[in-house]
Design a protein around this ligand. Structure first.
Ligand SMILES: *[C@@H]1O[C@H](CO)[C@@H](O)[C@H](O)[C@H]1NC(C)=O
Length: 442
């Protein structure tokens, strides 16, 4: 009996294992757009692009059988690719949402032309004049974006001429397609690369480049020339690229030690191989909620009919969008919005953060605020909500109640006591210090 159940377990295990193996060895499909310049219109100012539906059948090794694929008829057979991807980056789950998902990953294939690199830190890779025969093939560049920014990828594929069975040769991926950070915190911009170990380009050197781009402006952040093991000179400080990780795991991630407002923007990680390059871009956004200061604090007592003026300053926030308002919380604990504050224009500090203030001219009686409560300045910001409060006391709204009279008597008594104690301490300290002086003298 126990034998049978053990066998049964083993059978299940084998089936699961086989299924898993089948999934891993390929059988995944990726829908892509094949985009290229329209042929025959060279030299135009902006070349027209053509876009065709395309399909990539991915397997991670050549062993899996390709006859199992049943390409749909609405896609031209020349745009069906049987891709071998030993890096398995095309198989990552972010590119394969569950069946029936509304949103789909984005994928685009472009023809790619190998060429010698122009940048200084990659120039050494192609020093040896002629480009190898190996490069004379059909090259494709595939850019794909997974769902929810979990993965962005750029793969270079090579197919021997006239075949539609390309192999992934270079893969560059990032898990941080969009990053959000507070100021002063370290930021990891992920970038990893993989080079086909069977390719003749493997081991013939690489270069890494990180560029920053924001509203048309760009600068070099870090460039590492692997051929001469040298960093290019940049003015950038506080950035770190781990060289051992680069060689051991293809980890080209960039660390910004302390995020600043000026670091917001797009970062592009480019990996160069001789005559090839692939790059991924990621966005960094610095988000810092405001600090609030409310004044005067405490508020002076006010009498009915008097206008109370309260200021609130929100500072140190970024980005600029801020919703600044006022609320009143009565003695009954009920909160209400006060629709009256006037908000000033914003200012920008030298660290790039913004400040903005609001002033409230409050007429407690008109607004029916009774004998007072809590006046709060409320700021809603992408980085979080903040609130600062002061107590509003309106005196003489009605005749003092018994409690008020008793409180007044109590206050008078306490005051009297405090004065008494104060005088007593004062005189006793005085005498004691004289005493000790006397003793010292003796
Ligand atoms: C890559 O390197 C960074 C540090 O430079 C590290 O924080 C990160 O975990 C590494 N990623 C992987 C996948 O090893």
């Amino acid at each position: 009996m126990s034998n049978i159940s053990t066998n049964f377990k083993t059978a299940i295990f084998v089936v699961v294992f086989l299924l898993f193996g089948a999934l891993c060895s390929g059988c995944v499909v990726l829908e892509c757009w094949f985009v290229q310049e329209k042929p025959g219109r060279g030299g135009g100012f902006s070349a027209a692009m053509s876009q065709e539906k395309s399909l990539m059948y991915i397997r991670t090794n050549l062993d899996s059988d390709k006859t199992q694929y049943k390409p749909p008829s609405d896609i031209s057979p020349s745009r069906i690719y049987y891709v071998t991807d030993p890096s398995a980056t095309f198989c990552r789950s972010a590119l394969h949402p569950p069946e029936g998902s509304v949103t789909k990953p984005q994928c685009e294939i472009n023809p790619f032309t190998p060429q010698a690199s122009m940048v200084k830190w990659a120039a050494a890779l192609t020093n040896s004049a002629q480009s190898p025969v190996y490069l004379d093939a059909n090259w494709f560049s595939v850019a794909a974006q997974g769902l929810d920014g979990q993965l962005t990828l750029s793969n270079l594929m090579r197919a021997s001429s006239a075949s539609n069975e390309p192999n992934v040769i270079l893969s560059v991926t990032s898990k941080t397609a969009s990053v959000r950070s507070r100021m002063g915190e370290p930021v990891l911009l992920d970038c990893g690369f993989w080079v086909d170990p069977t390719s003749p380009l493997h081991g013939s050197g690489f270069a890494v480049e990180w560029r920053y781009q924001f509203r048309g402006e760009g600068r070099l952040v870090v460039a590492y020339d692997g051929k001469s093991d040298r960093f290019a000179e940049t003015s950038e400080t506080g950035v770190d690229l781990d060289i051992s990780g680069l060689y051991e795991r293809g980890n080209a991630s960039l660390v910004l030690e302390e995020a600043q407002v000026r670091d917001s923007g797009t970062y592009i990680c480019t990996i160069y191989l001789p005559h090839l390059l692939a790059q991924v871009a990621m966005d960094l956004e610095i988000v810092e909620p405001p600090s609030l200061a409310i004044y005067p604090s405490p508020l002076p007592f006010s009498v009915p009919g008097q206008v109370v003026s309260v200021h609130c300053e929100a500072s140190g926030f970024v980005p600029l969008t801020l919703d600044l308002g006022w609320e009143f919380t009565g003695a009954d604990g009920k909160r209400r919005h006060i629709d009256q504050g006037s908000v000033t224009g914003h200012r920008q500090a030298s660290d790039g953060t913004y400040s903005q203030s609001t002033r409230l001219e409050l007429e407690p009686t008109k607004l029916g605020l009774g004998r007072g409560g809590e006046v709060s300045c409320v700021a809603n910001h992408q980085g979080g909500s903040r609130r600062a409060s002061v107590t509003l006391n309106v005196i003489g709204v009605s005749a003092p109640s018994i409690e008020d009279s008793m409180a007044m008597v109590a206050v008078a008594l306490v005051l009297y006591g405090v004065i008494k104690v104060f005088f007593w301490t004062f005189s006793s300290v005085d005498t004691s210090s004289i005493d000790s002086k006397d003793r010292k003298d003796k």
